[in-house]
Each structure stands twice: as C-alpha cells, then as structure tokens.
Design a protein around this ligand. Structure first.
Ligand code: S3P
Length: 430
C-alpha cells in the first residue's frame, strides 16, 4: 500500500465485490451553487454529496459569498444568503475547472459584486476565454482570459449563443448567468454535453426548453430551497467497470450509478468492446436515471472507436478507456477529442506517456490517439502529473501488468475520489 502521494498496485488474480464508488462531482457542484442562488433564506439539503477537494472548493467559496454551509458526514446543508456579498479574499477554485467556470457566470451576473477567481498552477493555464467571451457579449466586466479572473458583477442581457465547444461548463456558466439576466438565453452546442444543469433547474421549477443540443431559458426566474440525493459518478465507477472487463473471473456490482444518457458513453464503449455490463433496478432520482451495474470480466475484448457525438458522453473516461484498449484485439481509435488537451493535464500527452512507460503500442493525433492491442503491459513508475483521472486510469492498468506499478504525483485523486485506493483494494483479490 502507499503514501498519499503514491499509489502502488500489483497484478490481481481477480476483482470481486460490491461497491458504492464516489458521488457525482458535476451534480454536487451544481446543487451547491443552485442552493446558494436560491431565494434569500431558502434552505437546501444535498445528500450523499461528493466530499472531495473540488467540491469543497466550491462550498468554501459559497461561504465566502455569504451562504451558510453546514458540512455533515453524509449531507451538506446550505442556506441561501440575502444576496451574495463581496468576499474579503480571492476565491480559490484550486484544481477545479467546474468551480471556476460555473461561478464566473454567477458572479458576473450579480450587480455590485467584486471578486477575483484564482486557481492552482494547472487551472491557471486552462482556457477561460470560452466563458469570458460570451459573458462579455452579455455585458460582463471581466479582466483576464485565464485565471485570475477579476469580475465586477453587472446586470447582464441574455444572448443567443452558438458555442464552439460541446462543454457543460460553458453551457452551465451561461445558464446561471442567464438566470440572473434580462431576456431569453439561447445556447446551441456542436453536440449535447452533460445535461445535469438543465435537469436540476427544471426540477426546481425553472422553465426551459431543451431540444437536441439547444437550450432556451427566460431570465429572471427564481427558485426555493430543495433536497437532492446525489448518485454515484459514472466517471468514478468507470475505473472499476474497465478494470473488471479486463480481468477474467471478475464480478463487480456498482451501486447507485447515475446513468444519464449524456454521461453513459463508457457503457456504450464497453459494450462495443464485447464486455457484459448489466443494469439492475433502474430508477429515477431527482430527474436523473440511476441504476446498479453488474460487470463480469473475461469476455474476449475487441477494438472500438470513439468519435463525434460520443466524445462528450465519455470525455472524462478516455484515459481509462485507452488503458482498456491495450487489452482489446485490434486498433481502438479516439478522435474529435482535442478537448483532452485542456483538461487538468494535456491528457493526450499524459495518457501517451503512461502507455509508453507500460510498453503499450499506440500513436497520437492532435485530437486523440489510436491504441493497438492486445499487449501484456509491464509494471512501471507512472507520473500522474497531478491529474486525478490519469492517476486512477494507470492504477487500473497496474492491475493487469506483469509486475508492480507505482503512480507518483497522485495526490490529486483527492479532487474527485479520495477513497479510490481503498475502494480498489476492497475488491482486489490477490
Ligand atoms: C464538467 C464538464 C466536463 C468535464 C468536467 C466536469 C461539468 O468539462 O470534463 O470534468 O461538471 O460540467 P467540459 O464541460 O469543459 O467539457
């Protein structure tokens, strides 16, 4: 086992167990923010929130802005402030792009608010123009195209916007700003990105029309306090799904997984690869489909292709799918995925570096990669470059490597899945 900075993994004989992996990060961020934006004094309860560095960064910032945030072991209680107040210090989004992009929309559209959003070294390099430009078209006053973003809140005017990227962070930023703006916001994306915001706002009584990749919403709508139960994040469950698919004799049940179709591309990819994933007990919670998933390993795996509209449905799962591809027969391709270059790390480069160190065969493109399989991976020391999904993807690779693997610079798993290593060890059979 390992220190906080390193994860050590050896080849497993099998993977067997029943697990509730980490809660949904996107839904937790949105629930916290929408609770703080609710009518003054409204109380909300977020049950089973993701307790991790990214969502804690959002919660801390909301407190600085005047919300009352009470952290309990399995829930967070939030009381909306009378109006957002000017923070005394900079608002630190740490490593969380979602925190920065969503809150920029809220702050920019709150008249009189003066605040600066800052982030860590990785977040400070990530593109913010994608939100700053449309917000400026709405009349926002923002200095900076990357963090720090200095924001002077204004009454904004809604816009009709064609987003060049399929990004739920951009979409949500503009919907949150649009909720405070005058006029009707209309936004179209090249492909539909995750629609948690639309589902959650609709369940709060906000009127909006969603069709294909377009959302239309009138400004000036308000909502009260609410209760929400956050399901498991399919992006976290994906590590165990892909791991189990690669290990013969594996049998793993993942409980309470959010299977929203805008997020479930990893299930399509696993099916295309020949893996068997069964959905048990599908239900609806707070407007989101949820199911238990049973996966059994040992099927022969074949290459699969990821491109176009599938990409936003599994964007965060590409690192672990690239690991899965090393065990598939044929050439698996990932294209139209240049967004990977601007995630917590340049994920095409960090995946390539890890695959190379473990002896995989692959080539990279500007917008993706092609992985040739199957190959016997070799154990290695992998630098996760402080990117949580790279750390967890290569821990999964270590389960099928011929000798032990150490993931260094892995402390970032705390940003989305602090219990990753212990959950993995709970199903590992040696
Ligand atoms: C997120 C959207 C995605 C995803 C990120 C979380 C969200 O980013 O990669 O982990 O909560 O809206 P983009 O919207 O930039 O694609």
């Amino acid at each position: 086992m390992s220190s906080a900075l390193e994860i050590k993994v050896s080849r497993v004989a099998s993977l067997v167990g029943d697990l509730r992996s980490a809660s949904n990060k996107s839904i937790t961020h949105r629930a916290l923010i929408l609770a703080a934006m609710a009518r003054p004094g409204s109380k909300s309860v977020v049950r089973n929130p993701l307790r991790a560095d990214d969502t804690h960064a959002t919660a801390k910032i909301l407190e600085q802005l005047g919300a009352i945030v009470e952290m309990e072991p399995d829930r967070i209680l939030i009381t909306a402030p009378p109006g957002l107040k000017n923070p005394e210090q900079n608002l630190d989004c740490e490593n969380s792009g979602t925190t920065m992009r969503l809150l920029a929309g809220v702050l920019a559209s709150t008249p009189g608010l003066e605040a600066t959003l800052v982030g860590d070294e990785s977040l400070s390099k990530r593109p913010m123009k994608r939100i700053v430009e449309p917000l400026r078209l709405m009349g926002a006053q923002i200095e900076g195209d990357t963090a720090p973003l200095r924001i002077s809140g204004q009454k904004l005017r809604a816009i009709d916007y064609e987003s060049p990227v399929a990004s739920a962070q951009v979409k949500t930023c503009l919907l949150l700003a649009g909720a405070n703006a005058t006029g009707t916001t209309r936004l179209t994306e090249p492909h539909l990105s995750r629609d948690h915001t639309e589902r959650m706002m609709t369940s709060l009584g906000v009127q909006m029309k969603c069709k294909d990749a377009t959302v239309v919403m009138a400004g000036g709508q308000s909502w009260g306090g609410f209760e929400i139960n956050v399901p498991v994040d399919i992006s976290s469950a994906a590590f165990f799904l892909c791991a189990a698919a690669m290990v013969s004799g594996a049998r793993v049940t993942l409980r309470d997984v959010g299977v929203n179709p805008t997020r479930s591309g990893v299930l399509d990819a696993l099916t295309a690869a020949g893996a068997t994933v069964r959905e048990i007990a599908r239900r609806n919670e707070g407007g989101e489909p949820v199911a238990d998933l049973l996966i059994e390993g040992g099927n022969p795996l074949r290459a699969f292709d990821v491109s176009g509209a599938l990409v936003p449905r599994l964007i965060d799962e590409i690192p672990v799918l690239a690991v899965l591809a090393t065990q598939c027969d044929g050439v698996t391709t990932f294209r139209d995925a240049s967004e990977l270059r601007v995630k917590e790390s340049d994920r095409i480069a960090t995946v390539a570096a890890g695959l190379r160190d473990m002896g995989a065969q692959f080539e990279t493109f500007d917008d993706g990669l092609a992985v040739h399989g199957p190959v016997q991976l070799r154990g290695a020391r992998i630098d996760a470059k402080n990117d949580h999904r790279i750390a967890m993807a290569f821990a999964v690779a270590g389960l099928v490597a011929d000798s032990p693997t150490t993931i260094t610079n892995a402390e970032s798993v705390r940003s989305s899945y602090p219990d990753f290593e212990s959950d993995l060890m709970s199903i590992a059979v040696y």
